[in-house]
Write a protein that binds this ligand. Sequence first.
Ligand code: ASP
Ligand code: MG
Length: 463
Amino acid sequence: MIVMKFGGSSLADVERLRAAVALVLAAKGRTPCIVLSAMANTTDALLAAAGAAEQNEADALNRAAAPFRHAREVAAAALSDSQAVQALVAKLEEEVLVLLRGVALLRELTARTSDAIVAHGERVATALFTAMLQDHGLDVTELDAREVVRTDDRFGRARPDFPTICELADRRINRSTRAGRIVVTQGYVGATAQGFTTTLGRGGSDWSAALLAAALGAEELQIWTDVEGVLSADPRTVAAARPVPVLSAAEAAELAAFGARVLHPATIQPAIEAGIAVTVRHTLKPHGQFTTIDPRRRHDRRGVAALAHRGPVIVLTMTSTRMLASAGYLARLFEVFGRLDICVDLVVTAEVSVACTVEPDAPLEQLVRALEGLARVEIARDCAIVAAVGEGLQQTPGTVERACRALHPITPQLVGMGGNARNMSLVVKQSEVDEAMRRLHAEFFSPPAGAANSDQIAEGATS
Ligand code: ASP
Ligand code: MG
């Protein structure tokens, strides 16, 4: 069996829903368990309505009505007979309105109430999708995720109880899928042992899907979204960016840390730990390219897998009158950062100075004052970090040389490598970052025929 997760954008309208249904039809031989987000914008709308109700704003109930109205319109257009779904959506809407009235009366929105409200978005999606699959004559059951996804009571960011989820999934899902029945359930939503509705935090349906894939021992976790997998660079900067066929879990984690639009690695961790391949695919381009995050695959020395960038950042160069090597100097220096709650990202040290990057909102004046007597600080604002990520990058000869040559005449102000074996980070001026990304991408991803990255393409031909 496999787990197929569809995100909100894949459920946004009739066309996308039909595409998602077609994908399930094509996969029915693998008895999928389907995990759904709420339809696009629904979660935002319900949270906004809840906030408005707490302020007793007049339009709170109206705000909540919009996603239900949209769901009913979609149901009418997508189903041969939409009566039952219409009635169910109306009932879910009524529940939300009752909860919102309670919030408005009390002028109090607890995290528990917020979860109870927002979970209705996913419930609408599964009701509609189940009906669409049944319309195609499929043997489908809708399962309330709260019967399986057991969590603690940290409402709004609940932590799953994995052993219990395994037990419940075996009883509630495996039995159906073994009988060839497709199960449709909600992502993002869970419940405490006492039955209170919880959510796993924004974007949490990937996490739900990974937990269920691991609990069910799925062959694959498919994340269906609106991009053809993880791209080799941000396409808004590098028009030539293309899907990366295969990533290791650690590469995906590195890219996510750089803000690349990747799955958050923590969310797919349960699947990775269970040795289950995670594929990221485009709902409207099912035959296009996609990315496999494959925990079983080793990629020693693959070269650059993908590029990412992040900015603006500030580069601080701290020069000491003493030698850095003196015992405890760096500890004293960074203790000050810790005290001021400043996160240090990239660090490079030389004999009498240390350079590091920090976020643009760091309290620099305070920092400079606090470092008086320890170090003189030079501040370079409006910088950006460009990173190349790939397993074994450090052992791949010539990576830094190639990068610097490709960047010329842009000169990196800092070069960091070796923090781990799969990341090379270069700091450039923010005004140069787009050009730097395009140059690096051309160097590492558009090799002359037969050169450097051709093995990478061959690698991705499997899945
Ligand atoms: N619908 C939820 C959200 O928008 C969960 C998800 O999409 O993963 O945060
Ligand atoms: Mg969503």
